[in-house]
Design a protein around this ligand. Structure first.
Ligand SMILES: Cc1ncc(COP(=O)(O)O)c(C=O)c1O
Length: 398
């Protein structure tokens, strides 16, 4: 049997896989088993922000791997302390808990909010429609999209949903029993859409008024993806809790929760834990990732984003009947396509021409390339994408 046949035979069919078997990667490119090269505009779904096989990250992993991998959180170890300090120094005065994935970080953040809130008779949580927070029972309960929740009842209770931008309902649902609101400043899976600054301001004033926590899910928007280290830093706001994963390990599994010090200090010993959370390997790798995401690196992401945006806007002007909207937040990009041009067809057509891309929302082409992408790669993408749009315009199959 081929690799694909064995995969389909032995793995639970939860994933709809693209018929490509990837064997290696370098920078913005990956190669399949036949040696075909692809420009990776997915970065493993906004994970491999520094590019595949990044030399200093690989070096950090190898060096640590030859020393020690695991000891448990019953002991002290240096890489955890170093990474926690670096995260706090680049976010806000807080304390950190390490997990292994995004969903696990969000689940832990919810537990922290409930532990904090229950003492004051608060257990309700507000979450947003079109949000995405993970696939565990707790995190699908927080997710505002039915397609991820159907069939899993009963879900967690006391979660109220509000549409992004709907200030009226937000005020209506936000009473003194709310312990926390969960949000993404840019909803990525939900279609690549930023919350409006007015809506965020309202969230911050209601949180102050009702004494509730603001939890920002930075799992996809964090680690430089939007041109600042964390997405919330664009908005001049400071949350109580942020959750991280994806780009934090550049592909090595790690999640983290950063919690404001005053709240973190009230957490009792023994109320939350993770066997693998904060292991030597993950922390060493993530420290190297953070170290690489310097202010100069992030400025460069913003410059690249600006350039890419200009190219996409002129493409949209060229094909207004096919490209309905272009949203660019750093290197998280959403391109809405007309319904007669299904995004799945475009993704297939791009792949046949050597480019891997993602989808989001209803019919949105989502691009989340490694942040090191350059003009050469962007120009190639624009050429190929224009060609696909041109063929569609001429009435040919893409
Ligand atoms: C915003 C957001 N939160 C949470 C998650 C879940 O992360 P993980 O798949 O690591 O559990 C994701 C994953 O796509 C995400 O985009």
């Amino acid at each position: 049997m081929t690799i694909q046949e064995r995969t389909d035979h032995y793995l639970i069919p939860f994933y709809k896989r693209t018929p490509v078997t990837i064997t290696r990667g370098k920078g913005c490119y990956v190669w399949d088993e036949k040696g075909q090269r692809y420009l990776d505009m997915t970065a493993g779904i906004a994970v491999v922000n520094l590019g595949h096989n990044h030399p200093s990250v690989v070096r950090a992993l190898k060096t640590q791997a030859s020393k020690i991998w695991h000891i448990s959180n019953l002991f002290y170890q240096e890489p955890q302390a170093t990474l926690a300090q670096a995260l706090v120094e680049r976010s806000f005065d807080g304390m950190v808990f390490f997990a292994n994935s995004g969903a696990e970080a969000n689940d832990g953040a919810l537990k922290i909010a409930r532990l904090w809130g229950n003492k004051q008779g608060k257990n309700k949580v507000i979450a947003l429609q079109q949000s995405f927070h993970g696939r565990t029972i707790a995190t699908i309960s927080l997710t505002g999209q039915d397609k991820y929740k159907q069939g899993f009842d009963p879900l967690l209770g006391e979660i109220a949903f509000v549409a992004p931008g709907d200030i009226h309902t937000l005020r209506e649902k936000w009473d003194h029993s709310v312990c926390a609101i969960f949000l993404e400043v840019i909803q990525c899976e939900g279609g690549v859409r930023a919350l409006s600054p007015e809506f965020l301001q309202e969230i911050f004033s209601l949180a102050r008024e009702k004494n509730s926590l603001i939890i920002i899910d930075e799992i996809q928007t964090g680690m430089g993806r939007t041109g600042t280290l964390f997405g919330y830093q664009h908005f001049g706001i400071e949350p109580d809790i942020i959750t991280l994963a994806k780009g934090l390990g550049n592909g090595f599994p790690i999640g983290a929760i950063v919690v404001k010090r005053a709240i973190a200090q009230t957490m009792p010993v023994g109320m939350h834990a993770s066997t693998f959370g904060g292991n030597f390997l993950a922390c060493r790798v993530a420290s190297e990732v953070l170290h690489t995401l310097t202010p100069t690196f992030l400025e460069n992401v913003q410059k690249t984003s600006h350039w890419f945006h200009e190219k996409l806007v002129s493409l949209q002007r060229h094909f207004p009947e096919l490209v309905l909207d272009v949203r660019v937040y750093g290197l998280m990009i959403g391109i809405d396509l007309t319904p007669s041009l299904p995004v799945t067809e475009v993704i297939d057509a791009l792949r046949h021409k050597g480019i891997l891309a993602l989808r989001a929302g209803e019919n949105t082409l989502r691009l989340a390339p490694p942040l090191i992408i350059g003009k050469k790669e962007i120009t190639f993408f624009i050429q190929v994408f224009s060609h696909i749009l041109e063929e569609k315009k001429r009435g040919q199959n893409v």
